[in-house]
Design a binder for this molecule. Structure first.
Ligand code: FE
Length: 236
């Protein structure tokens, strides 16, 4: 059996396994004779680009923060997953399936890739403000007002001990809630609900611009950065 690796899309390489039946080899036939083509897709993970120019969120979220947060931290998760998944069942799976089926190191890297990509989409230049429509109605039904939701979200993020993420989720019953996850935790894995919006509360997310002031960072996220269009689309 020989293997050929053919370059296709930049983000994906597919490993074609040319399998020759044993009986054919035993009969002395050459490998080029009537091979059975088995395709085993191998996914080389790549760092997704930011959905906005790198300096577009400044000064609320600086170019330097994004150079480190996206260019180094997010990229490191991508590089590490490519290293860890080699030769495992996970290298051919879509990222979301890796998150659902893996544990340990592979899960941590995969979930951090997904969480960060989701987080970039939760940010936009001149963001903040309030959602409208059914999402605003669901928030008002849960917390009474958007102002009270903001207070609860900030308090939850500030109280999320150590490194983690604070999420607005849509629960299976259609109502909304705030969820704290630690480390690489993600609602995609826990099944507690569908992610609508998140803020990264690892220190690497805010230390350059806000030093240790997590509360100020989360308040600024809600006031100036949050992409409610994205959250409303996720709410459906
Ligand atoms: Fe982060």
């Amino acid at each position: 059996m020989t293997e050929r690796i053919l370059p296709l899309l930049p983000s994906t390489r597919r490993k074609f396994l040319w399998t020759v039946p044993a009986a054919t080899l035993m009969a002395g036939s050459s490998i080029s004779a009537t091979p059975i083509l088995k395709e085993a897709p191998m996914t080389e993970r790549t760092l997704p680009p930011l959905p906005f120019p790198i300096d577009a969120l400044a000064p609320a979220y600086s170019r330097e923060t994004l150079e480190y947060h996206h260019g180094k931290h997010h990229k490191a998760y991508v590089d590490k997953l490519n290293e860890l998944q080699k030769g495992t069942e996970f290298e051919s799976l879509p990222l979301e399936d890796v998150i659902k089926k893996s544990s340990g190191g592979i899960y941590n890297q995969a979930a951090q890739i997904w969480n960060h990509t989701f987080f970039w989409n939760c940010l936009k230049p001149n963001g903040g403000g309030e959602p409208t429509g059914t999402l605003l109605a669901a928030i008002n039904a849960k917390w009474g007002s958007f102002a009270d939701f903001k207070k609860a979200f900030v308090a939850s993020a500030v109280g999320n001990f150590g490194s983690g993420w604070t999420w607005l989720i849509k629960k299976p019953d259609g109502t909304v809630d705030i969820l704290n996850t630690g480390a690489a935790g993600t609602p995609l894995k826990s099944g507690e609900g569908k992610a609508l919006l998140t803020v990264d509360v690892w220190e690497h997310a805010y230390y350059i611009d806000y030093r240790n002031a997590r509360q100020k960072f989360v308040e600024t996220f809600l006031d100036k950065l949050a992409n409610w269009d994205f959250a409303m689309k996720n709410f459906g």
